[in-house]
Design a protein around this ligand. Sequence first.
Ligand SMILES: O=C(O)COP(=O)(O)O
Ligand SMILES: [Mg+2]
Length: 228
Amino acid sequence: MLMKFKAIVIDIDGTITHRDRKLSLTAAAKLRALDIPVVIATGNVLCYAKATAKLVGVCCNIIAENGGVIIDGFDNDPIVSDVIHECEEAYEFLSSEFNMEKLDSVHRRTEIVLRSNFDVEKAREVLGTHFPNVEIIDTHFAIHIKSKKINKGTGLFKMAEMMGLETTDFVAIGDSINDLEMLQEAGFAVAVGNADDFLKDIADYVSEASYGDGTVEAIDYLISSGLI
Ligand SMILES: O=C(O)COP(=O)(O)O
Ligand SMILES: [Mg+2]
């Protein structure tokens, strides 16, 4: 008998949006119509993710800041990982050499996010092994200086526990490097057509279509195959 997955965990940028970050209305409608829980998992800050979840209509189990911030209800207090200090230190260390522009730092509580206008490879080299718990990742939407201790996979683990589910009960859908651990942790992994190759390589299903259309295609596939 086919395994019925019990929930979906899905990325925002590049997965339920168009290339330019505008929401895909067809993807939103598809997610809203599902009769299983849909968890939003994003590198964006919590308030951005909450508004997205509310407007899409899948409110409100949310993994924000790449797993650093988690809520299981719109009005509930977030669980916030204590990992910002080492990211701040790494940022200070790098900012003497690189001209870096912080994004939405007022709302961000667990990582530093930077506009994609500097040489990331070079920054990784300079960072070297000075901060063994810190990594720099590029989602194609922004650069994140984040703790290696958290990611969307660790976020999914916590969220599953809060929902009384296993991580393997989830279908995970994403497009880039910050979705990797979440796709590995989930029971079924979907990469949309615009996803990075390494994500497609580990996915159970890769949609032909890209961006929000890829999510619509993947959900149609999951329903028609009896997987959800
Ligand atoms: O925050 C980013 O860089 C990308 O956001 P996402 O995780 O929703 O794709
Ligand atoms: Mg994304």
